[in-house]
Design a protein around this ligand. Structure first.
Ligand code: G6P
Length: 608
């Protein structure tokens, strides 16, 4: 949620700030701005709209001079998207400028106080109070002043601060919201995420909570809020730079859909040695694991949908009760969780505010937390007891695809691994599951090879107004994701229903031509799902059915069908989700939607 960049060096700062922001637009894109110190004063250019507008406004950065600056791309929380609410924010006398990612919870009290002292505010943002507080408390030492101001702030923040009078310095601070420092030759950078600086350097520091970085051209010093030096290890990023680029594809989403076989292979293969699942990263002993009487899964959005699949998978293979909980609900419902509960937290970014806080709540109640996370070194990864990384690589499109798929793969690995410990997965089944899991990447490639059929169906159906996704058991879990994918990028109203539940009210919405996407991959319940398809077809629905290739009889029940290869029941979501992602993608494309940056959304949701 919101992206921050900063540059200090000997080159012009604006081109880097703009290219860095471009890599961070997935974090928010309703307005953008940059501020540079031109040696005399702070020059701010900011505007509502996507980064393209800012590029036009600044003539691609050529119109704004300075070798030190900060930039921001925004996902609005306080104050509507507008030029004035866009960051950077200046203090009253334009002496200090601030970019911020996060939320200042006590900003209204602070604002009232500053107004009572005669300061005037331009925007409706919480961020502006930070710039004003720095001006209000400034004592000639910017670092001291920033530390003093931090003591006044409640909430979460990553900050970049520059001053008119200190053209040789950027101050950066992190509390809860992520921030990295890029280390170059005679130039240094700040950024919310690695892709922003990857073209410049691979050496970074990851700031921890309450650390302050003082960036100069020739070096970076990290201190804590007591002004003591903090010694940090330099981390070297070894991603292939192409991983964060579109690589010839029109959209990141399509590229990421196509990367799924590799992402799953990278996540699974290193963890299978001599036919055995090895989860070295888990510190729990088998005895400790046997002591759990419940599994609690916490996540938001698509990661929550993985949790719903996991409920079916774990209950089948581990025979332990499983609850999949929306993190935002779990936090505030006095849950029954204790040291006998294993908590599994799922998050691509590792920084989703609700998921992080729900995890803390589970820990407070004595639960052991294993997280499944994609972003290495993120808050959830660091704060959980154990972390299993999904090796999906950077995911840039707001609508998740490869992260979802790798999270599913980790769920299967865990089911096999823990099922063996508990004795609920026997030798033959163990070997079969391992072999099915290893074959998923190849099977997904065959599903991807059928993309033209999905594109054709999208061209026939993209004008629909309402869509109902139905399925039973694990197909129901998958329908939640299929429905979300479609609505989030194409803006078509869609809902997911357990197929057997539709008749309890919702079927009244089915009329001539309503599109029903029926998922019928779960072998034991296909006959039941077919009956539900008949029920909606009788009432006029246009049924598109997704089934396994050995069920050709389904062609007589649905107007359109998509077939996927057969695999073990519980892993079918990994194959079946792919046509649903492609369908959403092609529908959104035909409707001319901004696929990688859907309206109102952001990839990383660091507010409640
Ligand atoms: C946002 C994204 C979703 C994602 C959810 C949870 O809403 O748009 O794609 O599933 O956050 O994010 P996380 O990073 O915790 O998986």
């Amino acid at each position: 949620m919101c992206g921050i960049v900063g540059y200090i060096g000997y080159e012009q700062a604006a081109p880097f700030l703009l290219s860095g922001l471009e890599k961070l637009e997935y974090r928010g894109y309703d307005s953008a701005g940059i501020c540079l110190n031109d040696g005399k004063e702070l020059i701010v250019k900011k505007t509502k709209g996507k980064l393209l507008e800012l590029k036009k406004l600044t003539n691609n950065g050529a119109d704004i001079n300075g070798t030190v600056g900060i930039g921001h791309t925004r996902w609005a929380t306080h104050g509507e998207p507008s030029d004035v609410n866009a960051h950077p924010h200046l203090s009253d006398s334009c002496r200090f400028a601030v970019v911020h990612n996060g939320i200042i919870e006590n900003y209204l009290q602070l604002k009232d106080y500053l107004i009572s002292k005669g300061m005037t505010f331009r925007s409706k943002t919480d961020t502006e109070v930070i710039a004003q507080l720095i001006e209000f408390y400034y004592d000639g030492d910017l670092v001291d002043t920033v530390i003093k101001v931090l003591g006044k702030l409640d909430g979460s923040y990553a900050l970049g601060v520059i001053s008119r009078d200190c053209p040789d310095e950027i101050i950066a601070v992190r509390k809860e919201s992520p921030l990295i420092i890029g280390l170059g030759e005679n130039e240094n950078y700040i950024a919310s995420d690695v892709p922003a600086i990857l073209a410049k350097t691979r050496n970074i520091y990851r700031l921890e909570n309450n650390e302050i970085a003082i960036l100069r051209r020739d070096g970076v010093k990290i201190i804590n809020t007591d002004r003591e030096d903090v010694v940090k290890k330099i981390e070297t990023i070894n991603w292939d730079i192409d991983a964060a680029e579109k690589g010839g594809y029109e959209h990141f989403m399509f590229k990421e859909i196509m990367e799924q076989p590799k992402a799953i292979h990278d996540t699974v293969a290193p963890r299978i040695k001599n036919g055995r699942v090895v989860l070295d990263e888990i510190n729990l002993t088998p005895e400790q694991f046997k002591g759990f009487n419940k599994i609690n899964i916490l996540a938001c959005g698509s990661a929550y949908h993985v949790g719903v699949v996991a409920k079916y998978v774990f209950e089948k293979y581990l025979r332990i009760p499983v609850e999949a909980d929306l993190a935002s609900e779990f936090r505030y419902r006095d849950p029954i969780v204790n040291e006998k509960t294993l908590t599994i937290v799922i998050s691509q970014s590792g920084e989703t505010a609700d998921t992080k806080e729900a995890m803390k709540e589970a820990k407070r109640r004595g639960s052991h937390v294993i997280s499944i996370v994609n972003v290495v070194g993120s808050a959830i990864a660091c704060e959980s007891d154990d972390v299993i990384y999904t090796w999906a690589g950077p995911e840039i499109a707001v609508a998740t695809t490869k992260a979802y798929s790798t999270q599913l793969a980790v769920v299967y690995l865990m089911a096999i691994y823990f099922g063996d410990i508990l004795g609920t997965v026997k030798k033959d089944q163990y070997d079969e599951l391992v072999s099915e899991l290893l074959s998923l990447p190849e099977k997904i490639k065959t599903v991807l090879a059928n993309e033209e059929k999905v594109q054709y169906l999208a061209s026939k159906l993209f004008n629909c107004m309402d869509v109902f996704f139905i399925g039973r058991n694990i197909d129901y879990a998958l329908s939640l994701e299929g429905s979300l994918k479609l609505k989030e990028i194409s803006y078509i109203h869609s809902e997911a229903y357990a197929a057997g539940e539709l008749k309890h009210g919702t079927i009244s919405l089915i009329e001539d031509g309503t599109l029903v996407i029926a998922l019928a991959t779960h072998e034991p319940l296909i006959a039941k799902t077919i009956s539900n398809m008949e029920e909606v077809r009788t009432r006029g629905a246009n049924v598109l059915c997704l089934a396994c290739e050995d069920h050709k009889e389904i062609e007589s029940v649905a107007q359109n069908t998509i077939f996927i290869p057969k695999c073990c029941d519980m892993m079918l979501p990994s194959l079946a989700v792919v046509p649903l992602q492609l369908f959403a993608y092609y529908v959104a494309s035909l409707k001319g939607c901004d696929i990688d940056k859907p309206r109102n959304l952001a990839k990383s949701v660091t507010v409640e």
